[in-house]
Write a protein that binds this ligand. Structure first.
Ligand SMILES: NC(=O)c1ccc[n+]([C@@H]2O[C@H](COP(=O)([O-])OP(=O)(O)OC[C@H]3O[C@@H](n4cnc5c(N)ncnc54)[C@H](OP(=O)(O)O)[C@@H]3O)[C@@H](O)[C@H]2O)c1
Length: 359
C-alpha cells in the first residue's frame, strides 16, 4: 500500500489517500511546527502522493488554516487536494476563560445554524478558497437538535460551499440519527466519523464502528499514535519529559497507565519481529482494522511524517494482528457483548454467522 492507494470515504464519491495529513501541529504553540517546517511537512506529504489534508478553525487560533491555504495556493494544488476543516469549538474566548465560565460569544461555537455559517465563512477566508471538500462538526455541542444540524449542513452542500460533511467526537446514536433523517428527508447526509482510535483507545468499537458500517460512513481515526505514546519514546520509569502529553488534556485521560504500558510492550515485540519502529506498526494495525477509511497522521517534523508514511508498506500477519488485538482488547461494554461469538451461536443454532462488513 502507498498514499496513492486511493479509496472512497464511506459511501460517497470522495476519493482519498489511506493516510490523511493532520495539521493540528501547524502554527505557533509549544509542541507545534513553525512555518518553514509546516511547509516542508505539507510538501513531503504531497510528494509522497497524499491528497487528503485536515485542519480546523480552532487549530493554532486559525493559523493552521491560514498556513494550509497558503501552501495549497503556492503549490497550485487546490483541485488535487481534498481539503477538510472543522467548526464547533469557540474561538471568541481563551480556553482558560471559557473553562472558568463566561467571556465569549455563545453563538461563536457549537452546531447551531448561526455559528456554522459564521464559522464556514471565516474558514473560507483563512483558507483562501471558496469551497471546502469535507466539513467536519468538530465536537457535538450537546444541545442543537440533530434535524437542525443536518438541515444546515445539507443546505451548505446544496449551495456548493461544502462538498460533503461529517462528524467528529459525537455519540454514535447522533450520527446514526443524522444519517436516518438525511435519508428520509432526502437531504445530503454525513459521510464519515472522525474518532480517537488506536491500540490504547478502542472504546469506539462498541457503538461507533458498527453504526458507521450500518450508515455507510467511513471511519477516520485521530491520534493513532496516542499523541506519541505509541512511538515508544516514553518509558515506564521516565515520564518526566513527555512533551505534548504533559499537562491538561480536555478529555482528561492520561496515557501513562499500566494497561497502556502492557500494550506498548506487545507492540514493541511485534515491531522487533517486523524490524520496524513501533509507531509504524501501531499505524499499520489501525489501518488494517475493519471500517477504517483514512487514518490521520500528525507530525512535528518531516522525519516523523516520512516514517509514518512508511507504515503503508507494512502488512501484519494474521497472527501479529491477533497478538495486538488480544493485548489491547477493550473491556466489553453491554453493546459490544451482544456480538460475542457465544451469543451469536445461541441465536443461530450453533453457527458462527458473520454480518456484512464484520469479517
Ligand atoms: N477530531 C478531533 O477531536 C481531533 C483530536 C486530535 C487530533 N485530531 C487530528 O488528528 C491529527 C493527528 O492527531 P495527533 O497529532 O494526536 O496524532 P498522533 O499520531 O497520535 O500524534 C502525533 C504526535 O506524535 C509525535 N510523533 C508523530 N510521529 C512520530 C514518529 N514517527 N516518531 C516519534 N514521534 C512521532 C509528534 O509529537 P511530538 O514530537 O511532539 O512528541 C506528533 O505531533 C491532528 O493533526 C488533527 O488533524 C483530531
Amino acid at each position: 500500500m502507498s498514499l496513492t492507494d486511493f479509496r472512497t470515504l464511506g459511501r460517497s464519491g470522495l476519493v482519498v489517500s489511506p493516510l490523511a495529513l493532520g495539521t493540528m501541529t501547524f502554527g505557533p504553540g509549544g509542541w507545534n511546527a513553525d512555518e518553514p517546517t509546516s511547509r516542508a511537512i505539507f510538501d513531503a506529504y504531497r510528494e509522497a502522493g497524499g491528497n487528503f489534508v485536515d485542519t480546523a478553525d480552532i487549530y493554532s487560533g486559525g493559523e493552521s488554516e491560514r498556513l494550509v491555504g497558503q501552501f495549497i495556493k503556492a503549490s497550485g494544488s487546490r483541485d488535487d487536494i481534498v481539503l477538510a476543516t472543522k467548526f464547533g469549538f469557540n474561538g471568541s474566548a481563551s480556553p482558560l476563560t471559557a473553562t472558568q465560565g463566561g467571556g465569549g460569544n455563545p453563538n461563536a461555537g457549537g452546531a447551531g445554524a448561526k455559528n456554522i455559517h459564521r464559522a464556514l465563512d471565516a474558514s473560507l477566508r483563512r483558507l483562501g478558497t471558496d469551497y471546502v471538500d469535507l466539513y467536519w462538526m468538530h465536537i457535538w455541542d450537546g444541545v442543537t437538535p440533530v434535524d437542525e444540524i443536518v438541515q444546515t449542513l445539507g443546505d451548505l452542500v446544496r449551495a456548493g460551499k461544502i462538498r460533503y460533511y461529517a462528524f467528529s467526537d459525537m455519540p454514535a446514536w447522533l450520527a446514526m440519527k443524522a444519517a436516518t433523517i438525511a435519508t428520509e428527508r432526502r437531504i445530503p447526509g454525513p459521510i464519515a466519523m472522525q474518532l480517537e482510535y488506536s491500540l490504547v483507545a478502542r472504546d469506539v468499537e462498541a457503538e461507533h464502528i458498527p453504526a458507521a458500517r450500518e450508515a455507510g460512513m467511513g471511519v477516520m481515526p485521530w491520534s493513532p499514535l496516542a499523541g506519541g505514546f505509541l512511538t515508544g519514546k516514553y518509558t515506564r520509569g521516565n515520564t518526566a519529559d513527555t512533551g505534548r502529553l504533559s499537562g491538561a488534556n480536555p478529555f482528561g485521560d492520561s496515557k501513562f497507565v499500566d494497561r497502556n504500558w502492557d500494550i506498548l510492550d506487545a507492540l514493541k515485540s511485534v515491531a522487533d519481529e517486523v524490524d520496524r519502529p513501533p509507531a509504524q506498526v501501531a499505524l499499520a494495525w489501525v489501518m488494517a482494522r475493519p471500517g477504517i477509511g483514512s487514518t490521520l497522521v500528525g507530525a512535528r517534523t518531516v522525519t516523523q511524517l516520512e516514517s509514518n508514511i512508511a507504515a503503508t508498506s507494512i502488512r501484519l500477519s494474521a497472527q501479529q494482528m491477533n497478538r495486538l488485538d488480544d493485548a489491547s482488547a477493550p473491556t466489553l461494554g453491554f453493546s459490544a457483548s451482544l456480538a460475542q461469538p457465544m451469543i451469536r451461536r445461541m441465536i443461530f443454532g450453533g453457527h458462527d454467522v458473520v454480518g456484512r462488513g464484520e469479517a
